[in-house]
Ligand binder design. Structure first.
Ligand code: ZN
Ligand code: FE
Length: 254
């Protein structure tokens, strides 16, 4: 069996390391040093690198890791990441034989145009698309693309663990409370997340069930979300993509 451990990088990135006693796979190594330190400390051999999208805080460590370990690098087929050896798209899968773990690829454009997720064994590695109680900014995609991508993730089983790329949970919760002040699930999440952060623990992984209960970006058909999004936009919003676009813009501007 394997474990999944967050290795902290920069100020708020998590590099997820999936490992057993001997082998490790890393997801989105934005920098190499903390990964190399972790591998050395646990006496692990790197066997693969997985990238979700091209941003430097997710791929910046690839080259330095490759200098020590000659491993395959998996990444999105429609983005240019120089070190990627296996270009993936929805319908593909990656078999990590050392860990007996198969991960299926989902296309989830919106944050970047080629962003992918890795999903299998009740684990979801979703980079900067779905965050705990939030979602990524629309750097390359449209609100409609992101809305479709988030809903694709929301259809995964409730117990799926959400392993995203950043520790943004507390700030996301503060925003979620503005959008849905009456949602008690958000209040509960805030209590537990504050406790975790005070002890310097990650708030992740989240679960799909938790996200469906708390994440305003997955709740664009809820009356309270529609009402407050409409208030922000200054007009009555009726379709969920417009509600999504309004709260994404609202979050950008606070
Ligand atoms: Zn990003
Ligand atoms: Fe990022």
């Amino acid at each position: 069996m394997f474990k999944i451990v967050p290795v902290s990088a920069f100020t708020d990135n998590y590099i997820w390391v999936i490992h057993d006693q001997y082998h490790a796979v890393v997801v989105d190594p934005g920098e190499a040093k903390p990964v190399l330190d972790f591998l050395e400390q646990k006496k692990l051999k790197l066997t693969a690198i997985l990238n979700t999208h091209h941003h430097i805080d997710h791929v910046g460590g690839n080259l330095e890791l490759l200098q020590q370990f000659q491993v395959p690098v998996y990444g999105p087929g429609s983005e240019e990441i120089p070190t990627v050896t296996h270009r993936l798209k929805e319908g593909d899968s990656v078999y990590l034989s050392e860990l007996s773990l198969r991960l299926n690829i989902l296309d989830i454009p919106g944050h970047t145009s080629g962003h992918i997720a890795y999903y299998g064994a009740n684990l979801l590695f979703c980079g900067d698309t779905l965050f705990s109680c939030g979602c990524g900014r629309l750097f390359e995609g449209t609100a409609q693309q992101m809305y479709i991508s988030l809903n694709k993730l929301a259809k995964l089983p409730d117990e799926t663990g959400v392993y995203c790329g950043h520790e943004y949970t507390l700030a996301n919760i503060n925003f979620a409370r503005l959008v849905e002040p009456e949602n008690q699930a958000i209040t509960q999440l805030q209590i537990s997340a504050e406790k975790q952060r005070k002890s310097n623990l990650p708030t992740l992984p989240s679960t799909i069930a938790m996200e469906k209960a708390c994440n305003p970006f997955l709740r664009c058909t809820q009356p309270e979300v529609i009402r407050n999004a409409s208030n922000y936009a200054g007009k009555s919003l009726t379709d969920p993509v417009s509600v999504f676009a309004a709260i994404r813009e609202w979050k950008n501007n606070i």
